[in-house]
Ligand binder design. Structure first.
Ligand code: NAP
Ligand code: HSE
Length: 434
Protein backbone atom coordinates (compact mmCIF):
# COMPACT_ATOMS: atom_id res chain seq x y z
CA UNK A 1 0.00 0.00 0.00
CA UNK A 2 1.48 3.37 -1.05
CA UNK A 3 0.04 6.55 0.46
CA UNK A 4 1.01 10.22 0.64
CA UNK A 5 -0.37 10.30 4.15
CA UNK A 6 -2.35 8.22 6.64
CA UNK A 7 -5.41 9.77 8.30
CA UNK A 8 -5.95 9.18 11.97
CA UNK A 9 -9.00 9.95 14.11
CA UNK A 10 -8.79 10.84 17.79
CA UNK A 11 -11.28 10.04 20.52
CA UNK A 12 -10.46 12.78 23.05
CA UNK A 13 -8.51 16.04 23.03
CA UNK A 14 -7.52 16.46 26.66
CA UNK A 15 -4.03 16.22 28.16
CA UNK A 16 -2.87 13.30 26.02
CA UNK A 17 -4.93 14.06 22.88
CA UNK A 18 -3.51 17.61 22.74
CA UNK A 19 0.01 16.20 23.01
CA UNK A 20 -0.69 13.83 20.11
CA UNK A 21 -1.95 16.70 17.93
CA UNK A 22 1.17 18.72 18.77
CA UNK A 23 3.53 15.85 17.97
CA UNK A 24 1.80 15.15 14.66
CA UNK A 25 2.13 18.82 13.74
CA UNK A 26 5.59 19.58 15.08
CA UNK A 27 7.37 16.26 14.37
CA UNK A 28 5.94 15.62 10.89
CA UNK A 29 9.45 15.54 9.34
CA UNK A 30 10.51 12.72 11.67
CA UNK A 31 7.33 10.81 10.88
CA UNK A 32 7.77 11.20 7.11
CA UNK A 33 11.39 10.10 7.40
CA UNK A 34 10.38 6.94 9.29
CA UNK A 35 7.31 6.09 7.26
CA UNK A 36 7.84 7.53 3.80
CA UNK A 37 4.41 9.16 4.15
CA UNK A 38 2.81 11.82 6.32
CA UNK A 39 0.36 11.52 9.20
CA UNK A 40 -2.75 13.71 9.40
CA UNK A 41 -5.31 14.10 12.17
CA UNK A 42 -8.64 14.10 10.32
CA UNK A 43 -11.24 14.39 13.08
CA UNK A 44 -11.44 14.42 16.85
CA UNK A 45 -14.27 13.34 19.12
CA UNK A 46 -14.79 15.60 22.16
CA UNK A 47 -17.60 16.09 24.64
CA UNK A 48 -17.88 19.81 24.07
CA UNK A 49 -16.89 21.22 20.67
CA UNK A 50 -17.23 24.82 21.94
CA UNK A 51 -14.79 24.46 24.84
CA UNK A 52 -11.65 26.64 24.86
CA UNK A 53 -8.60 24.44 24.18
CA UNK A 54 -4.94 24.69 25.27
CA UNK A 55 -3.86 24.14 21.68
CA UNK A 56 -4.99 25.85 18.49
CA UNK A 57 -7.22 23.56 16.48
CA UNK A 58 -9.69 24.38 13.72
CA UNK A 59 -13.33 23.94 14.73
CA UNK A 60 -13.92 21.75 11.65
CA UNK A 61 -11.72 18.99 13.14
CA UNK A 62 -13.93 18.64 16.21
CA UNK A 63 -17.07 16.56 16.50
CA UNK A 64 -19.30 15.26 19.24
CA UNK A 65 -20.58 12.41 17.05
CA UNK A 66 -18.42 9.26 17.51
CA UNK A 67 -19.42 7.95 14.07
CA UNK A 68 -17.61 10.86 12.42
CA UNK A 69 -14.44 9.09 13.54
CA UNK A 70 -15.52 5.46 13.77
CA UNK A 71 -17.34 5.21 10.44
CA UNK A 72 -15.13 7.49 8.32
CA UNK A 73 -13.74 5.25 5.53
CA UNK A 74 -10.67 7.50 5.16
CA UNK A 75 -9.59 6.91 8.76
CA UNK A 76 -7.34 3.83 9.08
CA UNK A 77 -6.37 4.33 12.66
CA UNK A 78 -8.33 5.42 15.74
CA UNK A 79 -6.46 6.80 18.74
CA UNK A 80 -8.52 6.45 21.94
CA UNK A 81 -7.42 9.03 24.52
CA UNK A 82 -10.79 9.83 26.07
CA UNK A 83 -10.52 7.57 29.14
CA UNK A 84 -13.30 5.79 31.03
CA UNK A 85 -14.33 2.20 30.49
CA UNK A 86 -17.75 1.44 29.02
CA UNK A 87 -17.99 4.13 26.35
CA UNK A 88 -14.34 3.77 25.36
CA UNK A 89 -14.84 0.00 25.05
CA UNK A 90 -17.91 0.50 22.89
CA UNK A 91 -16.06 2.88 20.55
CA UNK A 92 -12.96 0.68 20.31
CA UNK A 93 -15.09 -2.38 19.57
CA UNK A 94 -16.92 -0.48 16.85
CA UNK A 95 -13.62 0.73 15.36
CA UNK A 96 -12.22 -2.81 15.34
CA UNK A 97 -15.39 -4.16 13.70
CA UNK A 98 -15.03 -1.43 11.05
CA UNK A 99 -11.48 -2.85 10.43
CA UNK A 100 -9.74 0.16 11.88
CA UNK A 101 -6.52 -0.18 13.85
CA UNK A 102 -6.64 1.13 17.39
CA UNK A 103 -4.08 2.78 19.67
CA UNK A 104 -5.12 3.51 23.25
CA UNK A 105 -3.60 5.01 26.39
CA UNK A 106 -6.41 3.62 28.52
CA UNK A 107 -4.94 1.46 31.29
CA UNK A 108 -8.31 1.11 33.08
CA UNK A 109 -9.84 -0.42 29.97
CA UNK A 110 -6.85 -2.59 28.97
CA UNK A 111 -6.40 -3.95 32.49
CA UNK A 112 -10.06 -5.04 32.56
CA UNK A 113 -10.87 -5.90 28.94
CA UNK A 114 -7.50 -5.99 27.13
CA UNK A 115 -7.52 -9.73 26.32
CA UNK A 116 -11.02 -9.75 24.74
CA UNK A 117 -10.32 -6.55 22.76
CA UNK A 118 -7.01 -8.00 21.56
CA UNK A 119 -8.80 -11.16 20.43
CA UNK A 120 -11.36 -9.09 18.51
CA UNK A 121 -8.55 -7.08 16.89
CA UNK A 122 -6.73 -10.23 15.72
CA UNK A 123 -10.00 -11.69 14.38
CA UNK A 124 -10.58 -8.50 12.38
CA UNK A 125 -7.00 -8.27 11.11
CA UNK A 126 -6.18 -5.00 12.87
CA UNK A 127 -3.68 -3.88 15.47
CA UNK A 128 -4.52 -2.88 19.04
CA UNK A 129 -1.53 -1.23 20.72
CA UNK A 130 -1.40 0.37 24.18
CA UNK A 131 2.18 1.45 24.97
CA UNK A 132 0.99 4.63 26.77
CA UNK A 133 -1.13 2.67 29.23
CA UNK A 134 1.88 1.97 31.47
CA UNK A 135 4.67 4.34 32.43
CA UNK A 136 3.63 7.37 30.33
CA UNK A 137 6.65 8.21 28.15
CA UNK A 138 8.70 5.14 29.16
CA UNK A 139 8.78 2.57 26.33
CA UNK A 140 8.31 -0.30 28.76
CA UNK A 141 5.77 -2.47 26.92
CA UNK A 142 7.94 -2.61 23.80
CA UNK A 143 10.92 -3.08 26.09
CA UNK A 144 9.27 -6.27 27.35
CA UNK A 145 7.68 -7.56 24.15
CA UNK A 146 10.49 -6.69 21.73
CA UNK A 147 13.73 -5.76 23.53
CA UNK A 148 13.57 -8.60 26.04
CA UNK A 149 11.41 -10.95 23.99
CA UNK A 150 13.90 -13.84 23.88
CA UNK A 151 14.52 -13.84 27.61
CA UNK A 152 12.67 -15.60 30.43
CA UNK A 153 11.62 -12.75 32.70
CA UNK A 154 11.39 -13.54 36.40
CA UNK A 155 10.56 -10.31 38.16
CA UNK A 156 9.08 -6.92 37.33
CA UNK A 157 9.10 -4.35 40.08
CA UNK A 158 8.06 -0.80 39.53
CA UNK A 159 7.03 2.63 40.62
CA UNK A 160 4.17 2.96 38.17
CA UNK A 161 2.07 5.70 39.74
CA UNK A 162 3.44 9.24 39.64
CA UNK A 163 0.96 10.75 42.11
CA UNK A 164 1.82 8.42 44.99
CA UNK A 165 5.54 8.67 44.32
CA UNK A 166 5.24 12.47 44.42
CA UNK A 167 3.30 12.31 47.72
CA UNK A 168 5.78 9.90 49.34
CA UNK A 169 8.80 11.94 48.22
CA UNK A 170 7.31 15.13 49.69
CA UNK A 171 6.35 13.38 52.95
CA UNK A 172 9.80 11.84 53.38
CA UNK A 173 12.02 14.67 52.19
CA UNK A 174 10.06 17.76 53.23
CA UNK A 175 7.92 16.36 56.07
CA UNK A 176 4.76 17.46 54.24
CA UNK A 177 1.51 15.94 55.41
CA UNK A 178 -0.21 13.38 53.19
CA UNK A 179 -3.10 15.83 52.55
CA UNK A 180 -0.82 18.74 51.51
CA UNK A 181 1.25 16.58 49.18
CA UNK A 182 -1.87 15.05 47.57
CA UNK A 183 -3.38 18.50 46.99
CA UNK A 184 -0.17 19.65 45.27
CA UNK A 185 -0.10 16.51 43.08
CA UNK A 186 -3.67 17.31 42.04
CA UNK A 187 -2.75 20.91 41.23
CA UNK A 188 0.20 19.71 39.14
CA UNK A 189 -2.13 17.47 37.15
CA UNK A 190 -0.59 14.02 37.84
CA UNK A 191 -3.54 12.71 39.80
CA UNK A 192 -6.62 11.13 38.24
CA UNK A 193 -9.80 13.26 38.33
CA UNK A 194 -10.78 11.20 41.39
CA UNK A 195 -7.41 10.50 43.08
CA UNK A 196 -8.78 7.48 44.98
CA UNK A 197 -7.50 5.20 42.19
CA UNK A 198 -4.00 6.67 42.67
CA UNK A 199 -3.75 6.65 46.46
CA UNK A 200 -5.52 3.33 47.01
CA UNK A 201 -3.21 1.61 44.50
CA UNK A 202 -5.80 0.72 41.85
CA UNK A 203 -4.10 2.72 39.09
CA UNK A 204 -0.82 0.93 39.84
CA UNK A 205 -2.65 -2.43 40.01
CA UNK A 206 -4.07 -1.90 36.53
CA UNK A 207 -0.59 -1.18 35.20
CA UNK A 208 0.91 -4.17 37.01
CA UNK A 209 -1.73 -6.51 35.54
CA UNK A 210 -0.72 -5.31 32.06
CA UNK A 211 3.01 -5.63 32.82
CA UNK A 212 2.69 -9.11 34.35
CA UNK A 213 0.68 -10.38 31.37
CA UNK A 214 3.32 -9.25 28.90
CA UNK A 215 6.41 -10.07 30.99
CA UNK A 216 5.36 -13.63 31.89
CA UNK A 217 3.02 -14.41 28.96
CA UNK A 218 0.33 -15.20 31.51
CA UNK A 219 -3.37 -14.36 31.54
CA UNK A 220 -3.20 -12.27 34.73
CA UNK A 221 -6.55 -10.62 35.52
CA UNK A 222 -6.95 -7.38 37.45
CA UNK A 223 -8.54 -9.36 40.31
CA UNK A 224 -5.34 -11.41 40.60
CA UNK A 225 -3.46 -8.32 41.80
CA UNK A 226 -3.34 -7.83 45.57
CA UNK A 227 -3.67 -4.12 46.30
CA UNK A 228 -2.93 -1.83 49.22
CA UNK A 229 -2.63 1.96 48.88
CA UNK A 230 -0.75 4.67 50.75
CA UNK A 231 -3.63 6.54 52.40
CA UNK A 232 -3.03 5.00 55.83
CA UNK A 233 0.74 5.52 55.98
CA UNK A 234 2.05 7.50 58.93
CA UNK A 235 4.97 9.92 59.10
CA UNK A 236 6.27 7.88 62.10
CA UNK A 237 6.80 4.80 59.96
CA UNK A 238 8.47 6.88 57.24
CA UNK A 239 10.86 8.35 59.84
CA UNK A 240 11.71 4.93 61.26
CA UNK A 241 12.24 3.67 57.70
CA UNK A 242 14.67 6.54 57.04
CA UNK A 243 16.59 5.66 60.23
CA UNK A 244 16.90 2.07 59.04
CA UNK A 245 18.16 3.10 55.59
CA UNK A 246 14.92 2.71 53.62
CA UNK A 247 12.71 4.85 51.36
CA UNK A 248 8.99 4.17 51.32
CA UNK A 249 7.60 3.60 47.80
CA UNK A 250 4.33 2.30 46.42
CA UNK A 251 5.79 -0.72 44.66
CA UNK A 252 4.17 -2.86 42.02
CA UNK A 253 5.73 -6.30 42.34
CA UNK A 254 5.31 -9.22 39.97
CA UNK A 255 7.27 -12.42 40.19
CA UNK A 256 6.98 -15.80 38.52
CA UNK A 257 8.32 -19.20 39.58
CA UNK A 258 7.37 -22.44 37.84
CA UNK A 259 4.63 -20.52 35.96
CA UNK A 260 2.98 -19.47 39.23
CA UNK A 261 2.68 -15.75 39.69
CA UNK A 262 2.48 -13.23 42.48
CA UNK A 263 1.35 -9.72 41.59
CA UNK A 264 0.97 -7.08 44.28
CA UNK A 265 0.86 -3.34 44.77
CA UNK A 266 1.78 -2.25 48.27
CA UNK A 267 3.68 0.37 50.25
CA UNK A 268 7.18 -1.10 50.53
CA UNK A 269 10.35 -0.07 52.31
CA UNK A 270 13.11 -0.09 49.71
CA UNK A 271 16.74 -0.23 50.70
CA UNK A 272 18.43 3.03 49.67
CA UNK A 273 20.95 0.97 47.70
CA UNK A 274 18.19 -0.31 45.38
CA UNK A 275 18.06 1.62 42.06
CA UNK A 276 14.29 2.24 42.44
CA UNK A 277 14.79 4.13 45.73
CA UNK A 278 16.35 7.10 43.90
CA UNK A 279 13.23 7.56 41.73
CA UNK A 280 11.67 10.73 43.10
CA UNK A 281 8.59 12.92 42.70
CA UNK A 282 6.25 12.06 39.81
CA UNK A 283 8.84 9.95 37.96
CA UNK A 284 8.20 6.28 37.23
CA UNK A 285 10.66 3.42 36.85
CA UNK A 286 10.32 -0.25 36.15
CA UNK A 287 13.00 -2.70 37.19
CA UNK A 288 13.04 -5.96 35.23
CA UNK A 289 15.02 -9.09 36.01
CA UNK A 290 15.51 -11.76 33.37
CA UNK A 291 17.37 -15.04 33.24
CA UNK A 292 19.65 -13.88 30.42
CA UNK A 293 19.66 -10.09 30.66
CA UNK A 294 20.13 -9.90 34.44
CA UNK A 295 18.89 -6.59 35.82
CA UNK A 296 17.57 -3.67 33.73
CA UNK A 297 15.70 -0.52 34.64
CA UNK A 298 13.44 1.71 32.56
CA UNK A 299 13.07 5.25 33.91
CA UNK A 300 11.19 8.38 32.88
CA UNK A 301 8.10 10.56 33.13
CA UNK A 302 5.09 8.40 33.94
CA UNK A 303 2.50 10.95 32.88
CA UNK A 304 2.02 14.31 31.18
CA UNK A 305 0.90 15.54 27.79
CA UNK A 306 3.96 15.26 25.53
CA UNK A 307 5.69 12.32 27.29
CA UNK A 308 2.51 10.21 27.08
CA UNK A 309 1.94 11.38 23.51
CA UNK A 310 5.38 10.03 22.49
CA UNK A 311 4.23 6.57 23.60
CA UNK A 312 0.97 6.97 21.68
CA UNK A 313 2.91 8.07 18.59
CA UNK A 314 5.27 5.07 18.87
CA UNK A 315 2.16 2.90 18.51
CA UNK A 316 0.83 5.07 15.66
CA UNK A 317 4.11 4.61 13.77
CA UNK A 318 4.06 0.84 14.44
CA UNK A 319 0.50 0.58 13.10
CA UNK A 320 1.35 2.60 9.98
CA UNK A 321 4.46 0.50 9.29
CA UNK A 322 2.22 -2.58 9.51
CA UNK A 323 -0.32 -0.89 7.22
CA UNK A 324 2.36 -0.19 4.64
CA UNK A 325 3.48 -3.83 4.82
CA UNK A 326 -0.10 -5.15 4.96
CA UNK A 327 0.50 -7.09 8.20
CA UNK A 328 -1.86 -5.49 10.69
CA UNK A 329 -3.30 -7.82 13.34
CA UNK A 330 -0.44 -10.29 12.98
CA UNK A 331 1.93 -9.22 15.75
CA UNK A 332 -0.22 -9.88 18.84
CA UNK A 333 0.78 -13.01 20.73
CA UNK A 334 -1.78 -14.69 23.01
CA UNK A 335 -0.59 -15.57 26.55
CA UNK A 336 1.15 -18.91 26.83
CA UNK A 337 0.06 -19.75 30.38
CA UNK A 338 -3.15 -19.59 32.40
CA UNK A 339 -2.71 -17.41 35.45
CA UNK A 340 -2.03 -19.55 38.54
CA UNK A 341 -1.36 -17.63 41.73
CA UNK A 342 1.27 -18.58 44.29
CA UNK A 343 0.00 -19.53 47.74
CA UNK A 344 1.29 -17.64 50.84
CA UNK A 345 3.60 -20.65 51.43
CA UNK A 346 5.26 -20.01 48.05
CA UNK A 347 5.70 -16.26 48.55
CA UNK A 348 8.78 -14.93 50.30
CA UNK A 349 9.99 -11.57 51.48
CA UNK A 350 11.42 -9.50 54.28
CA UNK A 351 9.05 -7.55 56.52
CA UNK A 352 9.18 -4.45 58.73
CA UNK A 353 6.75 -4.29 61.64
CA UNK A 354 6.12 -1.82 64.48
CA UNK A 355 4.52 -2.74 67.77
CA UNK A 356 3.95 -1.47 71.28
CA UNK A 357 5.25 -3.78 73.97
CA UNK A 358 4.92 -3.68 77.75
CA UNK A 359 8.37 -2.53 78.96
CA UNK A 360 8.87 -5.36 81.45
CA UNK A 361 11.36 -8.13 82.04
CA UNK A 362 10.95 -11.03 79.61
CA UNK A 363 8.55 -9.25 77.23
CA UNK A 364 10.97 -9.12 74.31
CA UNK A 365 12.05 -12.71 74.81
CA UNK A 366 8.39 -13.81 74.36
CA UNK A 367 8.52 -12.23 70.92
CA UNK A 368 11.82 -13.82 69.96
CA UNK A 369 10.60 -17.23 71.17
CA UNK A 370 7.43 -16.93 69.06
CA UNK A 371 9.39 -15.97 65.94
CA UNK A 372 12.07 -18.63 66.57
CA UNK A 373 9.35 -21.29 66.67
CA UNK A 374 8.28 -20.22 63.19
CA UNK A 375 11.86 -20.13 61.91
CA UNK A 376 11.89 -16.34 61.52
CA UNK A 377 15.04 -14.42 62.39
CA UNK A 378 15.54 -10.67 62.70
CA UNK A 379 17.83 -8.48 60.62
CA UNK A 380 17.28 -5.15 62.39
CA UNK A 381 15.74 -4.04 65.69
CA UNK A 382 15.01 -0.51 67.01
CA UNK A 383 13.57 0.25 70.44
CA UNK A 384 12.26 3.58 71.80
CA UNK A 385 10.70 4.11 75.27
CA UNK A 386 7.10 5.45 75.29
CA UNK A 387 4.67 6.67 77.99
CA UNK A 388 7.41 7.41 80.57
CA UNK A 389 8.86 3.94 80.18
CA UNK A 390 5.64 1.94 80.56
CA UNK A 391 5.74 0.88 76.94
CA UNK A 392 8.42 0.35 74.34
CA UNK A 393 7.96 1.01 70.66
CA UNK A 394 9.72 -1.79 68.83
CA UNK A 395 10.57 -1.89 65.14
CA UNK A 396 11.76 -5.16 63.70
CA UNK A 397 12.90 -6.09 60.20
CA UNK A 398 12.89 -9.82 59.55
CA UNK A 399 15.17 -11.82 57.33
CA UNK A 400 13.48 -13.49 54.35
CA UNK A 401 10.48 -15.51 55.45
CA UNK A 402 7.45 -17.09 53.81
CA UNK A 403 4.33 -14.92 53.80
CA UNK A 404 2.47 -17.78 55.47
CA UNK A 405 4.87 -17.87 58.43
CA UNK A 406 4.93 -14.10 58.74
CA UNK A 407 1.12 -13.91 58.80
CA UNK A 408 0.95 -16.63 61.43
CA UNK A 409 3.57 -14.83 63.53
CA UNK A 410 1.55 -11.59 63.38
CA UNK A 411 -1.60 -13.41 64.45
CA UNK A 412 0.13 -15.06 67.41
CA UNK A 413 1.85 -11.78 68.30
CA UNK A 414 -1.53 -10.11 68.76
CA UNK A 415 -2.50 -12.85 71.27
CA UNK A 416 0.48 -12.17 73.58
CA UNK A 417 -0.58 -10.16 76.64
CA UNK A 418 2.71 -8.18 76.63
CA UNK A 419 1.96 -6.94 73.09
CA UNK A 420 -0.29 -3.88 73.44
CA UNK A 421 -0.69 -3.15 69.74
CA UNK A 422 0.73 -4.13 66.36
CA UNK A 423 0.72 -0.72 64.69
CA UNK A 424 1.89 -1.45 61.16
CA UNK A 425 3.79 -3.82 58.92
CA UNK A 426 5.28 -3.44 55.44
CA UNK A 427 7.23 -5.46 52.97
CA UNK A 428 10.97 -4.69 52.65
CA UNK A 429 12.82 -5.01 49.35
CA UNK A 430 16.32 -4.52 48.03
CA UNK A 431 18.42 -5.65 51.00
CA UNK A 432 20.12 -8.13 48.72
CA UNK A 433 18.33 -11.17 50.23
CA UNK A 434 16.61 -13.53 47.78
P1 NAP B 1 -8.57 14.28 29.78
O1 NAP B 1 -7.59 15.37 29.85
O2 NAP B 1 -9.66 14.23 30.79
O3 NAP B 1 -9.23 14.31 28.33
C1 NAP B 1 -10.30 13.50 27.93
C2 NAP B 1 -10.77 13.95 26.56
O4 NAP B 1 -11.72 13.04 26.08
C3 NAP B 1 -11.40 15.34 26.52
O5 NAP B 1 -11.05 16.00 25.35
C4 NAP B 1 -12.91 15.04 26.55
O6 NAP B 1 -13.68 16.00 25.82
C5 NAP B 1 -12.95 13.72 25.79
N1 NAP B 1 -14.03 12.85 26.26
C6 NAP B 1 -14.10 12.24 27.47
N2 NAP B 1 -15.24 11.52 27.54
C7 NAP B 1 -15.87 11.70 26.38
C8 NAP B 1 -17.09 11.21 25.85
N3 NAP B 1 -17.89 10.43 26.56
N4 NAP B 1 -17.44 11.58 24.59
C9 NAP B 1 -16.65 12.41 23.87
N5 NAP B 1 -15.46 12.88 24.31
C10 NAP B 1 -15.10 12.54 25.55
O7 NAP B 1 -7.86 12.85 29.84
P2 NAP B 1 -6.30 12.55 29.61
O8 NAP B 1 -5.53 12.90 30.84
O9 NAP B 1 -5.86 13.10 28.31
O10 NAP B 1 -6.31 10.95 29.57
C11 NAP B 1 -6.77 10.25 28.45
C12 NAP B 1 -6.43 8.78 28.59
O11 NAP B 1 -5.03 8.60 28.67
C13 NAP B 1 -6.99 8.11 29.84
O12 NAP B 1 -7.34 6.79 29.55
C14 NAP B 1 -5.82 8.14 30.81
O13 NAP B 1 -5.88 7.13 31.77
C15 NAP B 1 -4.68 7.89 29.84
N6 NAP B 1 -3.38 8.37 30.31
C16 NAP B 1 -3.26 9.66 30.70
C17 NAP B 1 -2.02 10.13 31.10
C18 NAP B 1 -1.83 11.56 31.51
O14 NAP B 1 -0.71 11.94 31.83
N7 NAP B 1 -2.84 12.39 31.51
C19 NAP B 1 -0.91 9.26 31.10
C20 NAP B 1 -1.08 7.94 30.68
C21 NAP B 1 -2.33 7.51 30.27
P3 NAP B 1 -13.77 17.54 26.28
O15 NAP B 1 -12.41 18.10 26.05
O16 NAP B 1 -14.80 18.15 25.42
O17 NAP B 1 -14.14 17.49 27.74
N1 HSE C 1 -2.56 9.30 37.73
C1 HSE C 1 -1.55 8.61 37.01
C2 HSE C 1 -0.26 8.68 37.81
C3 HSE C 1 -1.38 9.24 35.63
O1 HSE C 1 -0.19 9.46 38.78
O2 HSE C 1 0.68 7.95 37.49
C4 HSE C 1 -0.53 8.41 34.67
O3 HSE C 1 -1.06 7.14 34.43
Amino acid sequence: MKKDYVSIGLLGLGTVGSGVVQLVENHQDELVHQLGCGVKVKSILVRNTEKERDIQIGQTFLTSNPDDVLQDPEIDLVVEVMGGIEEAKEHITKAIQAKKNVVTANKDLIALHGPELQKAAVENGVDLFYEASVGGGIPILRGLTEGLVSDRLKKVMGIVNGTTNYILTKMEEEGQSYETALKKAQELGFAEADPTADVEGLDAARKMAILARLAFSTSVALDDVEVEGISKLSLEDLHYGQKLGYSMKLIGFAQVDDHKVEVTVQPTFLSKSHPLSSVKNEYNAIYVQGEAVGETMFYGPGAGSLPTATAVMADVVAVIKNLLLGVNGKSAVAPRYESVLKSPKERFGQFYFRLHLADEVGAFSQITTLFNELGISFEKILQTPLNKGELAEIIIVTHTVSLENFQEALMKLRDLSVVKDVISYYRVEGNGEK
